[in-house]
Design a protein around this ligand. Structure first.
Ligand code: ADP
Length: 571
């Protein structure tokens, strides 16, 4: 049964019974009141009248006028108050006997009057007795009904008092306990209430909720585990090596590629700090050395019986925790990007370029020689047009030779086949040789090359003379190419702390700042310029200078000329 129905029934019944009790109570009280009133009016008054008449009769011999008047007055009142059976006849007899007494008073008649009065009194006394019995029965009935209803009310209240608080409080206590269990993630908790329909519904709803929470908990857990597995598999199948460190440099993750190249075993490193592992592992030690400043050069690591190349990258991990605002550092990931396939392609290309340029060099030289022989007119005179043609063939041949020379240089640099003859060289001599090489070129545009030597005669550098002259030539060649007619090019040699700096300044069109880094890249030419070049000169220069432990750079702005410089160590 529903608690609501139970309550309505119990309290409702109690209410009805209380109303009934009050109605019955007041009905019986009224009835008792009317019974008493009846006795009072009907019988008590008659007794009083009779008694007054007796008293008047007693005084009739002494004070006859007043006594007769008194008697008559009470007799009239008695005549109006005839309520009992036989009272009328007795009163009529009394009248008759009193009338005859008044006509002829004698003790005999007085006695008859007294007997009449006693009869009236006796009739009324009986009436009182009878009515009192009725009142007693009414009172007994009232007591019965009031006690019965009172008992029923008491029983109902008793039942409600002992049943209701428990019926309501117990499920609430049980529910509170179960909610606490759920809050503590004990999703197995279930409630079972017996009896009331409402609490059964509540229990069902609670159990469904707990079941769903349990399902959700287990599903998110398995989903998370699945996601973790997925990410682990992904990380493990990467060709790049990945090592995860927490904020205290403990290794918490390492993928198969990283294990392979470091020759490490997963079990022996997980949970150790990277510094502990580095004690017995060269590669980790090398990585650790550059952890704050990753290597720019690719790392060469032997694995799978071949050389592998990796680019090192350090990715710091900063997260914003739930409920917080600030980012928090929780570790870093060391990423070794496997660039071996690109390197292999690069080598293949370099070898191809080396072979081609080497193979082209001989036929181009032969063509040039043939052109020179023809030019000598050994095999007959040439007309002006033929000489013009020969000249342009010669120039093209020379350009082809220059290009193949540059390509050869580049391939030598890239394959590491470059042979340097490091010796003490005079900076002045290098500059003079280079200027001599470009003299004719400069003359064609009427460009004057001014040198400024800010060094002493004894200042020497340790360098490969030919390669350095080649770089200087390249700088001067570019400066002439990008200068306008009749301009000046400045060559300055400065002494720095441990270096000698060579710089070539022109007042040509200059280079936009965004291209400064790229001009030293292979095959790069500033966009929008239509020059005949290869884009290799500065890349080769950079390689030559860096191989000699020097530095190379450019300072330039658009339309404000350029200064290319390099520094080489003092001897
Ligand atoms: P190349 O001259 O054969 O094109 P380089 O490597 O020597 O190749 O030069 C790369 C690019 O740098 C050139 O194409 C040119 O756009 C730019 N550059 C080099 N030197 C100068 C200079 N002195 N003034 C303006 N631009 C220059």
């Amino acid at each position: 049964m529903k608690i609501k129905t139970k309550l309505t029934l119990g309290v409702g019944l109690l209410f009805v019974l209380i109303v009934l009790l009050s109605v019955i109570g007041s009905v019986y009280i009224n009835k008792l009141k009317s019974d008493t009133e009846k006795i009072l009016i009907a019988n008590y008054n008659s007794l009083e009248f009779s008694q007054n008449m007796l008293l008047a009769l007693d005084k009739i011999n002494t004070d006859s006028a007043i006594a007769i008047k008194d008697f008559k007055k009470n007799n009239i009142l008695q005549e109006k108050n005839l309520t009992e059976f036989g009272e009328k006849e007795a009163t009529q007899n009394l009248n008759l006997h009193f009338e005859s007494y008044l006509k002829q008073p004698n003790p005999e008649k007085e006695k008859l009057i007294r007997e009449d009065l006693v009869k009236i009194m006796a009739l009324n006394m009986k009436g009182i007795e009878r009515k009192s019995d009725i009142a007693i029965i009414t009172a007994e009935n009232a007591t019965f009904w009031i006690v019965s209803l009172g008992t029923v009310c008491f029983l109902i209240s008793f039942i409600l008092l002992f049943n209701l608080p428990q019926t309501i409080a117990e499920p609430i206590n049980q529910l509170t306990f179960s909610i606490r269990q759920i809050a503590n993630k004990n999703y197995n908790e279930r409630v079972h209430f017996k009896g009331s329909e409402e609490f059964n519904d509540l229990a069902n709803s609670f159990n469904i909720m707990a079941e769903k929470l349990q399902e959700y908990e287990s599903s998110t857990l398995s989903k998370q585990l699945m996601d973790k597995k997925r990410i682990e598999t992904l990380v493990n199948n990467m060709h790049d090596a990945v090592i995860g460190l927490d904020e205290n440099n403990f290794i918490y993750m390492i993928n198969d590629e990283a294990l392979k190249i470091t020759n490490l075993n997963k079990e022996e490193i997980i949970g150790k700090t990277v510094h502990e592992v580095a004690i017995n592992n060269d590669l980790i030690r090398e990585l650790l050395k550059n952890i704050d400043n990753p290597l720019k050069e690719p790392l060469k690591i032997a694995a799978d019986n071949k050389e592998n190349y990796f680019d090192q990258e350090i990715v710091p991990i900063n997260i914003v925790k739930t409920g917080e605002k600030e980012k928090k550092y929780i570790g870093k990931v060391i990423l070794l990007r496997n660039i071996t396939p690109f390197k292999e392609l690069d080598f293949a290309k370099t070898n191809f370029i080396a072979t081609i340029s080497h193979e082209l060099k001989t036929p181009i030289s032969a063509i040039k020689m043939g052109v020179q022989l023809l030019g000598n007119q050994k095999f007959g005179a040439l007309n002006d047009q033929q000489q013009e043609l020969l000249k342009s063939i010669n120039e093209d041949g020379q350009r082809l030779l220059d290009i193949t020379g540059e390509l050869l240089n580049l391939s030598q640099v890239e394959t590491g086949n470059i042979r340097l003859h490091i010796e003490n060289c005079s900076p002045e001599k290098i500059v003079q040789t280079a200027i001599k090489n470009v003299e004719i070129l400069a003359e064609q545009k009427n460009i004057s090359i001014i040198t400024e030597l800010n060094i002493s005669e004894n200042d020497m550098i340790t360098a490969d003379f030919d390669k350095t002259v080649w770089v200087m030539n390249n700088f001067l060649g570019n400066a002439i190419k990008h200068s306008f007619q009749d301009e000046k090019i400045q060559v300055i040699i400065d002494k720095l702390e441990n270096f000698i700096q060579f710089s070539v300044t022109d007042s040509g069109n200059g280079i936009d700042e965004k291209y400064h880094r790229q001009v030293f890249d292979r095959y790069f030419q500033v966009p929008g310029e239509h020059q005949n070049g290869t884009g290799l000169g500065l890349a080769i220069s950079k390689n030559f200078i860096e191989k000699q432990h020097g530095e190379i750079g450019v300072k330039s702005s658009l339309n404000q000329g350029s200064t290319f410089y390099f520094k080489l160590p003092l001897a």
